[in-house]
Design a binder for this molecule. Structure first.
Ligand code: BG6
Length: 469
């Protein structure tokens, strides 16, 4: 009973949110490097170039590039079994379209992986997490251009050949469904916000093909490698039992299932083809694309889960706070975070079940956590009981999904195990970590790392394999 013996407990991050060193050792600019800081009230700005006088949080981030040994040692102290990180494509191919990779970039990740493996920590790698080399975005139009498939394949071939003995778990694109909401982050196209139309779906098609091709590529290089998809997934509830609202909620779920269906079942679902027909969206496919999708279905499903959503037919209902893809209205049964995300642990059990029922693939919770403002007490400690509470409840529901419902879950990585830059707002002070980083929203601070109360708590969760919560 309880969690499986080799359950992958750990934490998750992304390159542009932690590394900094944005031009070090031959790295090129990425799409993330031209998005400014913002706040809850001031939206981030996409400037397309680096402009003087503006603050770009990815440029220094938390300087993981120079401090990874200290950070990984702290993860090891917590007993991490795995560490999810992403590779910054522009470190490996600075412009994205070169033939020869940048050795210094490859060496950096090699050292990071070796450092993890030294402690028995399994690296879990996202190949593309909300960034594309800027050159590919500006010169080629990002993922709306089919040429990107070729560049991505080359990038992946380089990674797989170099690291196949060090990295077993890979995910091809972070939150692939975000492309239709935030095409710049997820696809290096357009603007920060999308129109949910032709160009984004064409870009999604290119990512599907790229992902399916590299699944095959990975198998040919080392069949031990497990290649997953990654999606932002959460339940959408009807506000009442009015069947019209229930249908609205089902349609909202279909918008998520589209991506899963393509990547797990290997074909476009009929509901999406009908929607394209109605909206006049036509996806340009090349001969062979359908077969590529069939042959390149993924080995596991990674997903992020933070909060759930409610839809209603009521006009002028009070909106809930959103995130990358959520909107909807207030749920009177749930409390919301300071950023308005409606916290719903039971929702995690629900989606673990619905994903497993639908796809029968191993599931990996690769993001979950609470973004909150932390206060440093007079004695220097951080008493983040609210974070402990949030994670405890979610792990508790995940445990029920495993123990009671028999869902196959292979791991859990809490988002932002060390404080990092927020994607939504570009802030530092929306903190998720077990480890505090001394840096504020204006970029000031010593970058010193400190253990929060949740650090010790998570350590005992891992050492007891989820028995002591
Ligand atoms: C997910 C992303 O959408 O949510 C992460 O994969 C992101 O990169 C996380 O950081 C939390 O969102 P935010 O806006 O609080 O950073």
């Amino acid at each position: 009973m309880g969690f499986p013996e080799h359950f992958l407990w750990g934490g998750a991050t992304a390159a542009n949110q932690i590394e900094g060193a944005y031009l070090t050792d031959g790295k090129g600019l990425s799409t993330a490097d031209v998005v400014t800081s913002g706040s809850r009230s001031v939206p981030r700005e996409l400037t397309y170039t680096v402009q003087e006088g503006k603050q770009y949080p990815s440029h220094e981030a938390i300087d993981f590039y120079h401090r990874y040994k200290e950070d990984i040692a702290l993860f090891a102290e917590m007993g991490f079994k795995c560490f999810r990180l992403s590779i910054n494509w522009a470190r490996i191919y600075p412009r994205g379209d070169e033939e020869i990779p940048n050795e210094a970039g490859l060496a950096f990740y090699e050292h990071v992986f070796d450092e993890c493996l030294k402690y028995g920590i399994e690296p879990v790698v996202t190949i593309s997490h909300y960034e594309t080399p800027l050159h590919l975005a500006l010169e080629y139009g990002g993922w709306s251009n089919r040429k990107l498939i070729e560049f991505y394949e080359r990038y992946c071939a380089t990674l797989f050949k170099r690291y196949h003995n060090k990295v077993k778990y890979w995910m091809t694109f972070n939150e692939i469904n975000v492309i239709c909401f935030h095409p710049w982050y997820a696809g290096g196209i357009g603007d920060l916000r999308a129109k949910d139309g032709q160009e984004e779906y064409q870009a999604a098609h290119h990512q599907f093909i790229a992902s399916a091709k590299v699944v095959q590529l990975a198998r040919s290089i080392n069949p031990q490698m497990q290649i997953g998809m990654m999606i932002a997934y959460s339940p959408v509830y009807a506000e009442t039992c009015n069947p019209v609202e229930v249908q609205m909620a089902a349609e909202a779920m279909q918008r998520r299932h589209f991506y899963l269906d393509v990547q797990c079942r290997g074909q476009y679902p009929s509901f999406k083809l009908k929607e394209f027909e109605r909206k006049g969206i036509s996806i340009r496919m090349e001969p062979g694309d359908e077969q590529i999708l069939k042959d390149g279905t993924v080995d596991f499903i990674g997903f992020s889960y933070y909060a759930s959503t409610v839809v209603t037919t009521r006009q002028n209902a009070e909106a809930s706070g959103g995130n990358m893809i959520r909107g909807g209205v207030k749920n009177p049964y749930l409390k919301a975070s300071e950023w308005g995300w409606q916290m719903d642990p039971v929702g995690l059990r629900l989606i673990l079940n619905s994903l497993y029922d639908r796809y029968q693939l191993p599931l990996f919770v690769v993001e979950n956590g609470l973004g909150a403002t932390d206060t440093i007490e007079a004695d220097g400690s951080i008493q983040d009981d609210y974070r402990i509470e949030y994670i405890k409840e979610h792990i508790g529901e995940m445990k029920k999904a495993i123990e009671i419902d028999g869902v196959e879950v292979i791991g859990y990585t809490s988002w932002g195990c060390i404080d990092l830059v927020s994607v939504g707002t570009g802030e530092m002070e929306k903190r998720y970590g077990f480890i505090h980083v001394d840096k504020d929203n204006n970029g000031n601070g010593t970058l010193t790392r400190t253990r929060k109360k949740s650090f010790e708590w998570y350590k005992q969760v891992i050492s007891s394999n989820g028995e002591v919560l």
